[in-house]
Design a protein around this ligand. Structure first.
Ligand code: CTP
Ligand code: CA
Length: 218
């Protein structure tokens, strides 16, 4: 896809994206994480650059290729991601929260390596919901969330999350999208309207999402 000849309608727009998987350590060498590849977040960053935006990414663990001309901040745990996002938030006009943030963390992470035994009980506690926190302090920023749901609950839970987290836009995906090459889902807007995105590769989906969410006409 040729991007040097594209118009640059997002010149001057400062966009913060999170992507990838967080890790919550159980001990020095083991952790709780998820299947997120970072592919969607990095594709969004790439496309936003094509249209001239300034882009910063807070990335957890990813296997996808990093986009060019984008400032990437690496973090590991959900707490680290929260800290970095809060630091970059004032800079942003738009925030796209695509990271797969762990919902739980280990209450007390073991310093060294846990020895084997007959059984092990881990006590997990809730992590901060970064997006919900941003929803409280968003001001006039455009706040975009993602949601991963069972297919039959996609829209129902999607609308709930959009309201609960005070979002402008929520992109709702079925579980199969995580870690896969392709994207399919819905884009829900706070005015109650929505559009569906047909199954396509994540770079192409990112282009559609950027055009729909940031209202770009070509
Ligand atoms: N999110 C976040 N911080 C968390 C958990 C989620 O910022 N601790 C964000 C995700 O980045 C995503 C949105 O919230 O943009 C929805 O994440 P999802 O896991 O689909 O929903 P949850 O609110 O965590 O609820 P549940 O996992 O129970 O469906
Ligand atoms: Ca979750």
């Amino acid at each position: 896809i040729e991007y040097s000849i594209r118009p640059k309608p997002l010149q001057g727009k400062r966009i913060l994206i999170t992507c990838g998987a967080t890790r919550e350590h159980i001990d020095r060498v083991r952790f709780i994480s998820n299947e997120s590849s970072g592919k969607m977040g990095f594709s969004l960053a790439r496309v936003l650059r094509w249209y001239g935006a300034s882009v910063k990414v807070v990335a957890g663990f990813t296997t996808a290729q990093e986009p060019p001309e984008v400032e990437i901040h690496r973090v590991s745990s959900s707490d680290e991601m929260y800290k970095k996002v809060l630091e970059l938030f004032p800079w942003s006009h738009v925030v796209i929260m695509n990271a797969a943030v762990s919902d739980f963390k280990v209450l007390e992470s073991f310093q060294g390596k846990i020895k084997k035994g007959e059984k092990l009980t881990l006590e997990l506690v809730k992590t901060v919901d970064i997006l919900e926190e941003l929803g409280r302090i968003k001001g006039d920023r455009l706040l975009v969330g993602f949601a991963l749901e069972e297919e039959e609950k996609l829209l129902e839970y999607g609308w709930e999350k959009l309201k609960k987290k005070n979002l402008d836009v929520l992109v709702a995906n079925p579980l199969k999208v995580m870690g896969s090459e392709d994207f399919v889902g819905y884009v829900l807007f706070k005015d109650g309207s929505y559009v569906s995105i047909k199954s396509t590769n994540k770079l192409h989906a990112a282009e559609e999402l950027v055009k729909i969410i940031l209202n770009i006409k070509e």
